[in-house]
Design a binder for this molecule. Structure first.
Ligand SMILES: CC(C)(COP(=O)(O)OP(=O)(O)OC[C@H]1O[C@@H](n2cnc3c(N)ncnc32)[C@H](O)[C@@H]1OP(=O)(O)O)[C@@H](O)C(=O)NCCC(=O)NCCS
Length: 167
């Protein structure tokens, strides 16, 4: 398998994974992400993330392409009672699916989140995204329940599964 390096993102990385995000957004029925997500994550915006955000990329050692990334963010910034809770998103370039990159990003994300004093993940996955649900559940996430009509994309409501993991 290709040698990959897992490391914290630097601002220049953001431009390099735009096409990865676009590919995922353009795949029908995969995520609740929208073009707006890309607009919000421009080159200069990495510094605008919460100081407690953790962005880790999986980079090909030789050609330096970004194969995947995980973004961990505080669940809520304005309530200290949620300071110990984070959300997590994992995105892997579709041509590289099934090679363990998602699992590795999740493992490293858990380690880094614990180091950053988070105590649990509380996040969501589309109800019909079986691949992602399996990834999370096989790696210690518990299904809390289904939230109906949680998101709306292209005028269609989307149900999500709420998942959590204690770190
Ligand atoms: C979900 C996603 C991150 C998985 O990444 P990946 O690199 O393919 O994952 P891995 O290769 O590490 O596989 C991890 C687990 O996913 C599941 N999986 C992998 N391929 C699968 C398939 N074809 N069908 C169902 N489950 C599958 C398995 O449980 C696998 O664990 P195993 O290999 O021990 O059996 C990737 O598909 C992706 O980026 N999807 C689009 C974005 C997304 O949905 N993100 C999640 C919500 S934030």
């Amino acid at each position: 398998m290709d040698k990959l390096v897992y490391r914290r993102a630097i601002p220049e990385d953001v431009d390099r994974f735009q096409s990865l995000i676009r590919t995922i957004i353009n795949k029908p029925d995969l995520t609740i992400l929208h073009e707006f997500f890309i607009a919000g994550y421009k080159h200069d915006s990495i510094e605008k993330l919460s100081p407690r955000a953790i962005l880790i990329v999986s980079e090909h050692l030789k050609d330096k392409t970004i194969k995947g990334f995980t973004l961990i963010e505080p669940f809520a910034c304005h309530y200290h009672s949620f300071d110990h809770v984070a959300t997590m998103g994992i995105y892997v370039e579709p041509d590289s699916w099934g090679k363990g990159i998602g699992r590795r990003l999740l493992e490293i994300g858990c380690e880094e989140a614990a180091k950053a004093m988070y105590e649990k993940f509380f996040t969501i996955v589309r109800r019909d995204n079986i691949r992602a649900l399996r990834l999370f559940v096989k790696n210690g996430f518990r299904i809390v329940g289904v939230a109906h009509n949680y998101a709306k994309k292209d005028k269609k409501y989307i149900d999500v599964v709420v998942i959590e993991k204690l770190l």
